[in-house]
Design a protein around this ligand. Structure first.
Ligand code: ATR
Length: 268
């Protein structure tokens, strides 16, 4: 039997995925032999392709858009992070069962730590209340944030998210919702988890909103949020570190060793 471990990422579209390149770079650093393929799936064949992969000795699979919720639904065993996120981006199989985790939030936490920005005792504002936000609140709370405000254009979505997540985080983090046009005050960190920059929209932030660090989850796109931060002299970063970070946490789950995030930021 071959000692080369078999991995893949599944999505639709899939051509743009950087995961094979990242995982090969981690493997090289850690002296591990692996294959890491891109798998394109139609919605109707997602489930059977996952089962097929693990039946044929696949070790681990990443899941990307639009299948993270489908992956969540097919798992036999889910981590706390995956349950909070209601989405899975990392799959593996053990004793005939499929396990699922969500590494996006820890990837964000690790990327922020690598920048040297503080999360312990931090007051954090997250813009947006979609899947991207749902995936990161629990790990940010576990990293020691004392306050997390979720601000959204559609207030009801932020309120619903806070209601869902409150039961899962400890009372040491205060979690609240706010309409995006009513944000004000002072924050340590603002995270843009809206899809505004992906769709080329401009996000207008109130002039009296003050913060020290700006993190944009997207990367490779013009971001009005980052331009705003840059113009005001606020420390800022795009989401490439988070992309590397989530891949490293998946790699660690599957291979038992954790490459150093800062060794791979030049792959951008
Ligand atoms: P994802 O899974 O990437 O989070 P999503 O579930 O479609 O994607 O959520 C997109 C988020 O970006 C939502 O919070 C959306 O706000 P609404 O809930 O009000 O739709 C937010 N968003 C997208 N474009 C925006 C814009 N131009 N201004 C403000 N918020 C925007």
């Amino acid at each position: 039997m071959s000692h080369i471990k078999k991995f893949a990422v599944i999505g639709n579209p899939i051509e743009q995925s950087r995961s094979p390149e990242l995982h090969q770079a981690f493997a090289k650093k850690e002296n591990i032999s692996l294959t890491y393929d891109k798998i394109y799936a139609e919605k109707s064949e997602f489930k059977s392709m996952v089962y097929d992969f693990f039946t044929h000795h696949g070790v681990g699979m990443n899941v990307t858009v639009p299948f993270k919720e489908d992956a969540f639904a097919l798992c036999d065993v889910l981590s706390d992070r995956a349950q909070a996120a209601k989405a899975v981006n990392t799959l593996w199989s053990k004793d005939g069962l499929i396990y699922g985790d969500n590494t996006d939030g820890q990837g964000l936490v690790d990327a922020i730590h690598a920048l040297g920005w503080p999360l312990a005792h931090a007051k954090i504002l997250i813009l947006g209340a979609g899947g991207a936000t749902r995936g990161v609140v629990l790990p940010l709370a576990q990293a020691g944030a004392t306050q997390i405000v979720i601000a959204n254009r559609t207030y009801a979505r932020a309120a619903q998210l806070v209601c869902d997540l409150k039961a899962l985080i400890t009372p040491s983090t205060i979690l609240t919702a706010c309409p995006i046009d009513q944000i004000s005050g002072q924050y340590d960190l603002v995270i843009n988890a809206t899809s505004a920059s992906l769709s080329g929209d401009t996000l207008t932030l109130p002039k009296d909103l003050q913060f020290n660090y700006a993190y944009e989850m997207a990367y490779g796109k013009a971001s009005s949020f980052l331009t705003h931060a840059q113009q005001r002299g606020i420390a800022y970063s795009d989401g490439f570190g988070m992309l590397v970070g989530q891949a490293i946490v998946s790699f660690e789950i599957w291979n038992g060793c954790k490459p150093k995030l800062t060794d791979f930021l030049d792959l951008k």
